[in-house]
Design a protein around this ligand. Structure first.
Ligand code: SIN
Length: 323
């Protein structure tokens, strides 16, 4: 029997109009995109939902929560077998990680997008969407957390990172490779995500209304320590996008050492590969929490979600180690 897949459109270049180098994201409705894809209706019964038509740079925390609620409702709808989400590529990995942490679902959820707009010569969106629907129909995609498909490659929502600003093969998972690949509608999964996700996540049962305010402080030569002081005064949490393995200048360390307020400080790195651990050299007073492998913008999401659950320093240390 044919499966039913809900496709939730949120905008992005996959729904963009214009040429490959000059276009506006989120202009074309999901029905028109589907009409442009030969044989996609042979894969599954498609239930099309347009949630928003946004450039993903404009996705707000409210949009994340609306998307989570919609996916949750579809997860509980017996007539739906899987979910595909179309999304802009710029903030793709942030939405993917937010859903991976907070969505209580065990049905396949596959995200995709495009680097060339729907109207460009050789648009990549139609094939990405075709393969995303095929993956969402596959039993192997269950229990895998949020998945993503781009350029015939399967990624995990936790580790996917945009690494190229113009090419269609724009995503990677760094030194962790990929989860597998697609050949048209055939799925070749090779690895499974190990970190806790979706229905396994302790963050998936809570009803979030608003999320705490967390900002990212970018470390660079001569970075302004007053900006960090200001952020610590204004935010519930600050993620340091440190150099190397979460490092920073002495002037930054002085601000951290002197800080006595309530905001939580997470140390991550602006470097794409490797990890950040506890550091007696950079944080001798143990005032920060290491982000391990998470990029600054993903560490920000985990910190927001953990703070929304009222977690203290010890609990934060634990979740950064396990999620
Ligand atoms: C966006 O993120 O919405 C625009 C860029 C893209 O989708 O590639």
């Amino acid at each position: 029997m044919m499966k039913t897949i809900a496709i939730i459109a949120t905008g992005g270049t996959i729904a963009g109009q214009g040429s490959a180098s000059n276009y506006k994201a989120g202009e074309i409705d999901v029905n028109s995109i589907i009409e442009s894809i030969p044989r996609i209706n042979e894969l599954a019964n498609l239930h099309l939902i347009s949630l928003c038509q946004k450039d993903s740079n404009d996705m707000s925390e409210k949009d994340w929560l609306d998307l989570r609620n919609l996916c949750y409702a579809l997860g509980n709808d017996e007539s739906v077998d899987g979910i595909v989400i179309t999304h802009g590529t710029d903030s793709f990995e942030e939405t993917a990680y937010f859903l991976n942490l907070t969505l209580d679902i065990d049905k396949p959820v596959v995200m995709t997008g495009a680097m060339r707009p729907a109207t460009a010569t050789s648009a990549d969106g139609p094939m990405n969407l075709y393969e995303a629907v095929a993956l969402a129909c596959d039993e192997q995609a269950k229990d895998a957390g949020i998945l993503a498909v781009f350029s015939d490659t399967i990624y995990s929502g936790r580790d996917i990172t945009k690494t190229n600003s113009i090419k269609t093969d724009a995503f990677k998972m760094g030194e962790f490779g990929t989860l597998g690949y697609m050949r048209d509608e055939k799925v070749y999964l090779q690895n499974m995500p190990y970190r806790l996700h979706t229905y396994q996540s302790e963050f998936a049962k809570k009803d979030y209304q608003i999320l705490p305010k967390v900002g990212i402080y970018y470390v660079h030569a001569c970075c302004d320590p007053e900006l960090l002081s200001w952020m610590l005064d204004c935010y519930d949490g600050v993620v340091l996008a440190g150099s190397g393995s979460g490092n920073y200048p002495k002037t930054t360390q002085d601000v951290i050492n002197a800080y006595m307020g309530k905001a939580k400080i997470v140390r991550s790195s602006r470097i794409l590969e490797g990890a950040v651990f506890d550091s007696e050299v950079f944080d001798p007073l143990n005032k920060t929490i290491p982000a391990y492998r998470l990029s600054p913008h993903k560490a920000r999401i985990l910190l927001m979600v953990a703070l929304a659950n009222g977690y203290d320093d010890q609990a934060l240390q634990r979740v950064f180690e396990y999620y």
